[in-house]
Design a protein around this ligand. Structure first.
Ligand SMILES: [Zn+2]
Length: 434
């Protein structure tokens, strides 16, 4: 397995290209921190009155593969990820279910490393679903995962198959999904520095009072991966940031901390409340969309409606009790109406299930099967007036030598622009190149 350096690893990032802290650039930007505070002030993070109804979030998997069939993550492991989320989110009646087809992104170059994780997680998004991308190595191997908030432009998650050498990344995965529900790091500072004494916990840090004020924990430096306790040492037992504060006493097991991956395993009630209220108030377009079950008459999961589905339906004929899969119409019983729907859906569920079915013979198109529909993407160079930058991303040609150094500080189409390489003579002299 591919080992990565502990000192340079970024466990996750959510901000676009913020200034790096020691080892992680995942803090909110100042603008995002203001948005978060506004949402909190507007009541978006407060629970609605009444019973907490069950909600299903449909997940769309995108898995990087090689032409010889190696996969960033296997299908049975994807199911373990869904099972893990369902265990963690059951408390607030949120469950997750995956679309029956996995989007397979074949790219031999990216197998070794995806240099820009945002480029991968911008591709082939299924609307109104939680889109999650998997690759063996992100941005040199130093990025375990990257997520988004409800106020981010990109609303997808990208995951590296391993993190800090750990191959069980379920905790990190829950961490990223937590961000997607507007949970912030327990050591967030863009909102303001949280005092250990909890005098300002509602308006600073992660904007929650039942997560103790925290610093970044620095992965293995501060927390023992076996006991999950803080290691003794001056850095781990540091003073609080406010006058009169006691020493920090951070949670070393909270999902939203930067404790060691095997130690992160729990959310607080306040975090659960945030996630459920975010779902109801800000992610309602993603709730109960049914995208994980696009072919309801396919009772046996064979991706086609046929004789076996009829048999399964007849077996369950009558009032539906526990197993209501055969109750296609959802009226509480399996009856002739379900038979009629089933017969009407007879045949394959999807027009394609893999890329081979989509080859149109045209070398000018990239053909793939995207969640059951053949897609033919025209392969073009850059648009008129654009050129590929140092990383091959299309950027405005006029940016070369325009007096501003493009060293990744500016973005075009959501991606950082780099013109500070020899090919552009250091951005036409705008940059100082080594
Ligand atoms: Zn994070």
């Amino acid at each position: 397995m591919h080992m990565i350096s502990l000192t340079t690893t970024i466990i996750c990032t959510t901000a676009s290209m913020g200034l790096a802290q020691n080892i992680c650039d995942s803090d909110l930007t100042p603008a995002e921190a203001r948005l978060a505070r506004n949402r909190q002030d507007a009541g978006a993070y407060s629970m609605r009155a009444g019973p907490v109804q069950p909600v299903v979030i449909s997940v769309a998997w995108h898995v990087l593969e090689t032409t010889d069939g190696r996969r960033a993550i296997e299908d049975d492991e994807l199911q373990l990820m869904i099972d893990y989320l369902n265990d963690q989110w059951e408390t607030v009646n949120i469950s997750f279910a995956a679309h029956p087809l996995v989007d397979r992104i074949v790219n031999d170059v990216w197998w070794d490393d995806v240099p820009d994780a945002n480029e991968l997680r911008s591709m082939r998004r299924l609307p109104n679903a939680l889109n999650i991308y998997w690759a063996p190595s992100l941005e040199g191997g130093g990025l375990c995962g990257r997520s988004s908030f409800t106020f981010s432009t990109l609303d997808t998650i990208v995951m590296q198959s391993s993190c800090l050498g750990y191959t069980d990344v379920r905790g990190v995965f829950a961490h990223e999904v937590g961000h997607w529900f507007d949970l912030f790091h327990t050591f967030e500072t863009a909102t303001g520095v949280e005092c250990v004494a909890r005098t300002n916990c509602l308006n600073t840090g992660d904007l929650l009072c039942d997560t103790p004020a925290s610093f970044g924990l620095q992965f293995t430096t501060c927390v023992d991966p076996i006991t999950c306790n803080r290691k003794p040492g001056s850095f781990c037992n540091r003073s609080g940031p406010c006058p009169g504060d006691p020493l920090y006493d951070p949670s070393t097991t909270n999902f939203m901390s930067y404790s060691v991956p095997p130690c992160i395993s729990e959310f607080t009630p306040g975090q659960y409340e945030r996630m459920r209220s975010t779902t109801d108030n800000l992610r309602s377009d993603y709730a109960n969309t049914g995208l994980h079950d696009p072919c309801p008459a396919d009772i046996d999961g064979s991706l086609a409606v046929g004789a076996n589905d009829v048999l399964a339906l007849l077996d369950a004929y009558g009032p539906c009790s526990d197993d209501c899969e055969s109750d296609i119409t959802g009226d509480g019983q399996t009856d002739v109406n379900d038979v009629l729907v089933l017969l009407g859906a007879w045949g394959p569920c999807f027009s394609c299930t893999d890329a081979n079915a989509c080859d149109d013979g045209d070398p000018g198109t990239l053909d793939y099967c995207l969640f059951g529909t053949c897609t033919h993407e025209v392969i073009t160079g850059c648009a008129v007036g654009e050129i590929p930058d140092c990383n091959g991303h299309c950027v405005p040609a006029a940016w070369v030598g325009d007096g501003v150094c493009d060293d990744g500080s500016f973005t075009h189409d959501g991606l950082p622009v780099f013109l500070n390489c020899d090919a552009f003579n250091c951005d036409g002299g705008d940059c100082i190149c080594p």
